[in-house]
Design a protein around this ligand. Structure first.
Ligand SMILES: *[C@@H]1O[C@H](CO)[C@@H](O)[C@H](O)[C@H]1NC(C)=O
Ligand SMILES: *[C@@H]1O[C@H](CO)[C@@H](O)[C@H](O)[C@H]1NC(C)=O
Ligand SMILES: *[C@@H]1O[C@H](CO)[C@@H](O)[C@H](O)[C@H]1NC(C)=O
Ligand SMILES: *[C@@H]1O[C@H](CO)[C@@H](O)[C@H](O)[C@H]1NC(C)=O
Ligand SMILES: *[C@@H]1O[C@H](CO)[C@@H](O)[C@H](O)[C@H]1NC(C)=O
Ligand SMILES: *[C@@H]1O[C@H](CO)[C@@H](O)[C@H](O)[C@H]1NC(C)=O
Ligand SMILES: *[C@@H]1O[C@H](CO)[C@@H](O)[C@H](O)[C@H]1NC(C)=O
Ligand SMILES: *[C@@H]1O[C@H](CO)[C@@H](O)[C@H](O)[C@H]1NC(C)=O
Length: 429
């Protein structure tokens, strides 16, 4: 009877242990942009001769060394692993021209002899809003303001407002969202015009449900000397977060979605309710005025191409942590990008690489070793106790350790382990 109890105990412990180690390799979440190349990360400790297999929802899509007849048609010629990176323990899969149907759970399998490690990557593919258009249509017999966007995934969200404000119940609009063959959405929203009131500004706000960005388009009609003048204003706002270690160089992104000719760029820094200008650029004069000389700089060449990213040298948590705002402003278009910059303290920088890479490897290992020691101690204790009572069977220890070995194997063996226990229990009862 005592032996049965011991079996149950070991089994319970191992189930718990297996459950614990099962959660060890956490899924990595990756978001890629539609039609762009995508890297699904997977790394291992190289010792030479590893076989790599990549699966998407259990269908083999890539293997190294390559075999011929497994290629999934959808992934044919779009997947690769860099041979040079592989020798360094990087089995990341490069997936070219990602499409929406690439979304899903991927498994990277690294096999060396009897040993197989698996890593999971969950891939999301998004098509951010590239532009929003606003116009007046008279197609349906009455005047409507039409706001539209296309090739977006996931489906965009649209809302209307006016300036000066109009009660929401008076804003009558219909929105249609349709997905094309690729699964990308076309959105069209039409708002019935509110009387013939001029000087009213119609504002359409579109955001995509996952990306941290909002597009705003506004339209105003004014009448001067019986001539109607329509003016439009488009703005695009984004917000992101950057975390850096103390003393590092960082680049804060700011890219205008339009190809602008005449514009001004202003970078400002906000902390504790006070805002200061870091630098400005004017495309007409092509002059940069920099108040953070020595720390911050812009690259004039890139600004002309619409990339106003700010580079900071050797950031410090005391001086540089806060909110950075870039404002690219042109006649009808403006882009405002907000980036929150967090700087981790010096102490964590010292432990940067070793801590980051060792955390997922060492801690579970220590836990596993500790568990094995505890289990071994319990078994030895129980066996000793039994020997003390029965004073006979010296072979007991050997038999237990054998059973233990069976259960140590991976998750498939869980069922086997429980069979073992129930069989053994029957035997003894
Ligand atoms: C792994 O390789 C991919 C391309 O094969 C590369 O994009 C990625 O940066 C590499 N990762 C590391 C950690 O070197
Ligand atoms: C998108 O717009 C809706 C309605 O205006 C708002 O509730 C939501 O928070 C917005 N999402 C983002 C990411 O800004
Ligand atoms: C402009 O409007 C006024 C009054 O609304 C009208 O008397 C005049 O004929 C209009 N002029 C033209 C050129 O349409
Ligand atoms: C930009 O500014 C210059 C000089 O002020 C002007 O000649 C040109 O027409 C402007 N271009 C645009 C697209 O507004
Ligand atoms: C920022 O301003 C708000 C309101 O103006 C005030 O309540 C808050 O205390 C201020 N915070 C700091 C850090 O000054
Ligand atoms: C910025 O620094 C550079 C050299 O470090 C110097 O030549 C330049 O005059 C400085 N500009 C301002 C506005 O202080
Ligand atoms: C961006 O800059 C323009 C021109 O300098 C200004 O009119 C506008 O208010 C600024 N927007 C924000 C959000 O700071
Ligand atoms: C990480 O810290 C080590 C010193 O502990 C330093 O040599 C290395 O450059 C740091 N790496 C990064 C990416 O900061």
């Amino acid at each position: 009877m005592q032996r049965t109890a011991a079996h149950v105990w070991t089994c319970v412990l191992f189930m718990w242990f297996l459950k614990k180690t099962d959660g060890k390799t956490q899924d990595v979440h990756i978001t890629c942009q539609y039609s762009e190349d995508c890297v699904l990360p997977c790394s291992f400790t190289p010792s030479g001769g590893e076989e790599i297999r990549w699966f998407r929802q259990d269908v083999l899509i890539y293997s190294h060394p390559q075999s011929t007849n497994w290629h999934d048609r959808l992934f044919m010629d779009r997947t690769s692993i860099s041979a040079r990176e592989l020798s360094l323990g990087n089995a990341s899969l490069v997936l070219q021209r990602s499409v929406l149907s690439d979304r899903g759970r991927y498994r990277c399998q690294v096999t060396k002899g009897e040993k197989t490690d698996e890593y999971f990557v969950i891939l999301k593919v998004e098509a951010p809003i590239r532009s929003v258009n606003l116009e007046i249509t008279r197609l349906s017999g009455y005047e409507e303001v039409k706001c539209s966007t296309c090739d977006v995934y996931p489906a965009p969200h649209v809302s209307w407002s006016t300036d000066p404000p109009t009660p929401i119940e008076k804003l009558k609009y219909t929105t249609r969202k349709m997905a094309d063959k690729q699964g990308l959405y076309i959105m069209e929203s039409k708002l019935k015009r509110l009387g013939q009131r001029s000087d009213l500004t119609y504002i359409c706000t579109v955001n995509s449900s996952s990306a941290a960005q909002t597009w705003t388009a506004s339209l105003t009609e004014t009448v001067h000397n019986n001539v109607t003048v329509t003016s439009k204003l488009y703005s695009f706002s984004t917000w992101t977060e950057i975390t850096s270690a103390e003393g590092q160089d960082i680049t804060i992104p700011c890219r205008s979605p339009w190809n602008l000719q005449n514009f001004t760029l202003t970078w400002s820094f906000t902390r504790a309710n006070t805002s200061t200008v870091i630098c400005t650029y004017d495309s007409k004069t092509q002059l940069i005025s920099n108040h953070w000389n020595g720390t911050a700089w812009l690259e004039p060449q890139r600004i002309q191409e619409g990339d106003g990213s700010l580079r900071l040298r050797g950031v410090h948590s005391l001086e540089h942590m806060g909110m950075y705002t870039c404002n690219i402003s042109a006649l009808q278009k403006s882009h405002v990008g907000q980036t929150r910059v967090d700087i981790t303290s010096l102490r964590s920088e010292n432990e940067n690489l070793s801590m980051k890479s060792s955390r997922p490897w060492w801690i579970p290992l220590v836990v596993v070793i500790a568990l094995i020691l505890i289990i071994a101690a319990i078994i030895v204790g129980i066996v000793k106790l039994q020997n003390k009572f029965s004073q006979t069977k010296p072979s007991g220890t050997a038999r237990y350790s054998k059973e233990v070995k069976v259960t140590v194997n991976k998750s498939e063996e869980i069922t086997e382990g429980s069979h073992l226990t129930s069989d053994q229990s029957k035997e003894h009862t």
